[in-house]
Design a binder for this molecule. Structure first.
Ligand SMILES: [Zn+2]
Ligand SMILES: [Zn+2]
Length: 323
């Protein structure tokens, strides 16, 4: 599949229109290709965080993906995310076709790695004493590269075979989803989830697993994760630049993440929202684009614009295990 074909609203096999499969139970959410019988989407029945079944619509559907807001805990999630069949096609060669070919984005990302590493160094006292670091969903292992330079023992997990093969040349790697099936017989001082928890069906399961693999007084670093509680999300909803329903299947606010960690005996030790001085920021242009969107909204003019990068749109948070 090439880059242009990734963003399709039809069937991943034949591009035909999708229909709800179980007409009685599922009246709205398209999942099924009548032509080639492939199930392209699954339907998520309960909130991935609080398990409530009550929801309301959030924004407009994008490429036939319907977003809903949980009425109980207020997170936003995709009601009909890609099925594993379609996900495989979507992520096939994700690393080479999307990540590596976009040179500009790579440059931006490598600047972010440096900023994030500085944040870790300031946020964790005794950074020097950290030995083992695990980066869950580490991609090509580029953030780990910097930690290795600092003398850390670096470990990563990855599900994309191309990324895995790049990272394994430099770091000790585990292949697969970060669930109970993935056997890791190590204990870590620091576990990183960079742009990960918004991609997974069971973020609480991931955090539980990390908790078990973490030494006492170890840290978890959540970063490059969209923050639902931000101006761009409130104003643009489905046109928020971080709303990418193929891959971002849920949106949490920092408060939601805090809540999860609080129940697991962690304390928050540092938090930052990277925007100013990041490669994504152009605050004069971004402010104008925010103001224009507010004006259009007041005049009830329909907008197709995508949100700019903006304050509070992303979260970077460090939690410390206290028990
Ligand atoms: Zn089809
Ligand atoms: Zn919920």
């Amino acid at each position: 599949m090439n880059l242009k074909k990734r963003d399709i609203d039809g069937c991943y096999e034949c591009n035909s229109e999708l229909y709800p499969k179980y007409k009685k139970k599922n009246k709205i959410f398209p999942t099924y290709c009548l032509k080639c019988k492939k199930i392209n989407r699954s339907v998520v029945k309960n909130c991935p965080i609080c398990k409530s079944s009550k929801y309301e619509m959030w924004g407009e559907p994008v490429r036939n993906f319907y977003s809903v807001k949980c009425k109980s805990c207020q997170i936003v999630y995709i009601k009909n995310p890609l099925s594993s069949f379609a996900q495989n096609l979507f992520y096939k060669n994700y690393h080479t076709t999307v990540h590596q070919k976009e040179k500009k984005k790579n440059k931006q990302r490598s600047k972010m790695y440096k900023l994030e590493l500085n944040f870790i160094k300031k946020g964790i006292n005794n950074y020097e004493r950290i030995k083992n670091v695990l980066d869950v969903g580490c991609g090509g292992g580029y953030l780990l590269d910097l930690l290795k330079i600092d003398g850390k023992k670096t470990f990563g997990t990855e599900i994309g075979i191309d990324s895995f093969n790049v990272a394994r040349k430099k770091h000790k790697m585990y292949f697969g989803n970060f669930d109970h099936k993935l056997v890791i017989k190590k204990q870590f001082d620091l576990i990183i989830f960079r742009g990960v928890i918004e991609h997974v069906e069971d973020p609480i399961g991931y955090i539980k697993k990390a908790q078990k693999l973490l030494k006492k007084n170890g840290h978890i670093f959540i970063t490059a994760t969209p923050n639902l509680n931000c101006i761009a999300a409130k104003l643009f909803k489905e046109r928020w630049s971080l709303h990418r329903p193929e891959s971002h299947i849920l949106h949490l606010s920092e408060e939601h993440v805090d809540e999860i960690f609080k129940t697991k005996s962690f304390i928050k030790v540092a938090s930052k929202s990277f925007y100013l001085d990041t490669p994504y920021e152009n605050f004069e242009r971004d402010l104008v684009s925010i103001l224009n969107e507010i004006k259009r909204k007041k005049k009830k003019i329909k907008s197709k614009n995508i949100s700019p990068a903006f304050f509070e749109s992303m979260m970077s948070v460090i939690y410390k295990k206290i028990k």
